[in-house]
Design a protein around this ligand. Sequence first.
Ligand SMILES: NC(=O)c1ccc[n+]([C@@H]2O[C@H](COP(=O)([O-])OP(=O)(O)OC[C@H]3O[C@@H](n4cnc5c(N)ncnc54)[C@H](OP(=O)(O)O)[C@@H]3O)[C@@H](O)[C@H]2O)c1
Length: 291
Amino acid sequence: MSTILVTGASGHLGRLTLQHLLERRPATQLVGLARDPEKAADLAARGVEIRTGDYFDHDSLIRAFAGVEKVLLVPAPAFTDRSTQHATVIAAAEEAGVEHLVYTPIIRKAGSGVELPQVTAADTFTTKTLEASGLRSTILGHPPYLDNVQGYLGDDPFESGVRVPAGDGKVGWASREDLAEAQAVVLTDPGHEGRTYALHGGPAVSFSEVTEILSEIRGTAVQYLPLSDEEYLADLVAGGLPGPAAEFVLSWFHAINGGEWDDQPGDLEKLLGRKPTTSAEFLRDHFATAR
Ligand SMILES: NC(=O)c1ccc[n+]([C@@H]2O[C@H](COP(=O)([O-])OP(=O)(O)OC[C@H]3O[C@@H](n4cnc5c(N)ncnc54)[C@H](OP(=O)(O)O)[C@@H]3O)[C@@H](O)[C@H]2O)c1
């Protein structure tokens, strides 16, 4: 049985993936990578070996990848020179004798003209670098995360309404939990090497439909308040977000309203062997505990 290493073990997606892997493999076959192993102590307590490594530090990665057959590379956050980091991980994986690397870029439609600053160029670069390497690979395209939907809605959509850029684009949001489970399947079942999947959740919903879901949760109408781009940016900046960060968020709305992530679930449902969590289910759970 092969040893599987998941990077980002101290973060949301990496930790959840290791938790799902623990249901499918003994802990002795699992390794987590963390810059600070203390932040993954919960996984170590369950028997997962946590190795120290930094995407910028080639030698630390060579040490971490010793004896590992499969790696899930959780992408570095935006605004952190992702291309350099991912290229360093891929080169070290190849040098250390890793056989199969799984990468999770944001989904883009074939022929898409969408550019998300600090995201899509690095994803394209990483995917091409992987293709040109000697590693076998699997590309698991991610839609926007349901877990972040509140960040799009503002602090209190129930009181202030859903104040978002005007548009009727729909998103097949997926929960990190479902994506992590699908990743554990890909890392443990045969037949996924050389494949590319698009892990949409679904059904895809627009922000006016999200508003209807919130109204149903609250039991009274929540207002849907479509804004111009300028009004939306002003809202975010007034809420304390720096201008470049506000522009970054706006670029996601432009992609949403251009239909970039409006496909229905297919690959995610097949990998999970069940329907993914819907936006309505997720929001009901989230707001039941958050309010
Ligand atoms: N599809 C979407 O909607 C969406 C939204 C947001 C982000 N993303 C992407 O998905 C990734 C995972 O999401 P998440 O929610 O799990 O993020 P997260 O909780 O912030 O986790 C990111 C992980 O990457 C690790 N990391 C960052 N820089 C590193 C480096 N130089 N070397 C080694 N590890 C490093 C972090 O380690 P530390 O704990 O040491 O910081 C952390 O474990 C993000 O990084 C981002 O690229 C996608």
